[in-house]
Design a protein around this ligand. Sequence first.
Ligand code: RP5
Length: 155
Amino acid sequence: MGSQSDWATMSHTSETLEKLGIAHECKVVSAHRTPDLLFDYAQSAEQRGLQVIIAGAGGAAHLPGMCAAKTHLPVLGVPVQSSMLSGVDSLLSIVQMPAGIPTGTLAIGKAGAINAALMAASILSLSEESIAQALKAFRAQQTETVLANPIPGNT
Ligand code: RP5
């Protein structure tokens, strides 16, 4: 994520990955404040064994795009809700990549943070059966929870 202040959002990604039993690391790497660190991180990601990068950032959110420019690994961008423009700035900064360097772009805020983890799980499940099973179990549990919780007063 681009800042410590993104953790309130990106902690939902980490929690979801934990629920699915997916090993991951959480780091602050700022495209603007620590650009050299960003280059090192993205360039060395594959060699270090990372398979998917989830990059959350807000405002002028260049982190996912710059990350994607420095690695061929899949990069999933989470637009963090900004205080001034409610995350629309973050969303547009991440989603409108030029042809040739894609970033998978999720929804603004908590929903995007959770879905980034689930999307990463889908990608990893193509080559890891245990993750496929965990993802199916998560989805089944989610369905059961919805079905078991009818609208209050309409039981
Ligand atoms: C972005 O600037 C970060 O991703 C964060 O969402 C936003 C604000 O950062 P702070 O000023 O709170 O550190 O780079």
